[in-house]
Design a protein around this ligand. Sequence first.
Ligand SMILES: [Zn+2]
Length: 295
Amino acid sequence: MSLLSCLSVYVHCCSHPRHWAILFSCLLIQQRKASCRINTEKQFLMTRGRIFLILYGDLVDFLPTNHRTRTIHYILDRRASIKDIIESQGIPHTEIGRIDMEGRQLSFRHIGEDGERIHLHPFTEQTPLRTATVLRHDPLKNIAFMCDSTVSRLARNMRMAGLDTENAPEISLVDIARQASSAGRILISRNRDLLKCRTVNFGQLIRSVHHRLQLREVFARFRPENLLDPFSRCLVCNSTLVVVDKEHIIHFLEPLTQKYYHSFKKCPGCGKIYWHGSHLAKMEKTLHAVLKTLD
Ligand SMILES: [Zn+2]
């Protein structure tokens, strides 16, 4: 019998002692139900633990501007891996170089427990690329990159510098992530959701919208100076350029190019012809400016 029914009995039959007994027993049941619900909520709140995430370096920059703090109090409202917990704060796992707790390193699969203090270190130029770590069991064999469509101009500039940089195909985020990992390429993007994909092994979230600063971000993290070989790759398709005799391609050239330029390279992939004109000089200037800021 519901409380409403009890009150109805009370209103119509309150003079009878038997109905008083029914009314009281009904009220008692309702009170017990309410008490039980409150206890369950209390128990839920008490059993939910919390962990403390301590952020180092520039990881704090990923947090919303009005919530930037070095120590995050994370409420454990579900069973979650440390990768999921970190990414719930807006930090893709590609930005983490090391996770420590009480002097030992943790993998991304670690399940957060109540009271843990977990130290998160950013991925920097010191983070190993060619040797296995607790976070990344499959090191890179070569330093090569894949850029998605959010950083297509950066990809072109990286190829201009001679870095092996492919464009990601127009497929789903999950498939791009899988393809970059299986090819052993570092995935470069401004898309956090892409870099949060579980299969991404190495990656970088580009923060700047300015192409020169974007190139600097990549150089500052991966320090590829010993790989630089400007104008050795096709800016369009990433193939390695080959030297070609002027007489073999002269019929493709504009009259002024025929007159003033004498050394040429050709892309064996797409057939594009390159010479050291003003556009390449401008790109070279960008490269030198970026390298200068790293000294
Ligand atoms: Zn090409």
